[in-house]
Design a binder for this molecule. Structure first.
Ligand SMILES: O=C(O)CCC(=O)C(=O)O
Ligand SMILES: [Fe+2]
Length: 267
């Protein structure tokens, strides 16, 4: 079904103790949700975790959340998904984490439509090479820290759209195909979109190539999610935040290999 649709829902991936710990982390950092930037508009740092957003209604991202504590370190090679990730990215491509963040998104928050098989981006690779091994350029694991139901701003996606050749009508602008479009039209209104409802602890496992976005949150309160994106080890991390020596020393060898697949060399 992952091959066919480009996504899977991994039910009950995260146990309640870990959910509680992650939700507690958010509660403890709530002032950053209210005030993600400092007085002159710069991002703020909590150790090596950085507040970030894309300037729209995407909410507050806590980038490099892997530095937020034990419970986030565990997600690097979480047993609920790591074998699937290893299968589809494939061992001979190595493994890395392209981006890891925690997102908190309030009323009015949403994400515009992006991605799709029509668009030539290296990390949208999704193929089965010579019938022996998979080669997937990026897999996103989006974890719901609380239930995400109608009105909560769930992820929307178009099943199978990672394989399309023809361009989605909304992703064709003046005869040219685009990979994303912020044109004021909500992603959930695009042709073929399906809204994904998750229970707290479920994880949406999807190729970044599938056409997706996030529906507008119309309910009160905030949606809480964590996203870890896995890619072959040759991809540079999106924000390239240098990990602390403390974190690197703490990690198991497997986790360290994923987080820092090509160690920095110094004389
Ligand atoms: O926030 C969402 O629902 C979607 C996130 C997203 O676009 C992604 O993880 O690539
Ligand atoms: Fe996305």
């Amino acid at each position: 079904m992952f091959d066919l649709n480009g996504y899977l829902v991994l039910e009950g991936a995260i146990d309640s103790a870990d959910l509680e710990a992650m939700n507690q982390w958010i509660d403890d950092q709530w002032h950053y949700v209210k005030q993600p930037n400092d007085a002159v508009g710069n991002s703020r740092w909590i150790g090596r975790v950085e507040t970030q957003n894309y300037g729209g209604q995407d909410g507050v991202n806590f980038q490099n959340i892997v530095d937020g504590g034990d419970v986030f370190e565990k997600l690097i090679d979480h047993p609920a998904w790591i074998d699937l990730v290893r299968k589809y990215v494939a061992e001979n491509n190595g493994l890395s984490i392209y981006e890891n963040f925690l997102n908190v998104r309030g009323p009015g928050g949403h994400l515009y439509i992006h991605s799709g098989g029509h668009f030539p981006r290296q990390y949208f690779t999704f193929r089965h090479h010579n019938t022996s091994e998979w080669m997937v350029g990026q897999i996103n694991v989006l974890m719901a820290l609380e239930d995400i139901g109608p009105g909560d701003g769930g992820t929307v996606l178009i099943p199978g759209s990672h394989k399309v050749t023809e361009t989605h009508p909304r992703l064709e602008v003046e005869g040219k195909k685009v990979g994303n479009l912020n044109d004021g039209r909500l992603a959930q209104t695009a042709l073929g979109m399906q809204e994904m409802h998750l229970k707290a602890g479920d994880a949406l496992f999807f190729t970044d190539a599938v056409t997706h976005g996030s529906s507008e949150r119309t309910n009160e309160g905030y949606r809480r999610s964590v996203v870890y994106r896995y890619s072959p080890r040759h991809f540079r991390p999106r924000f390239n935040i240098e990990q602390s020596d403390d974190l690197l020393k703490r990690l198991t060898p497997d986790r360290r290999r994923i987080l820092e697949p090509i160690p920095i060399r110094r004389p």
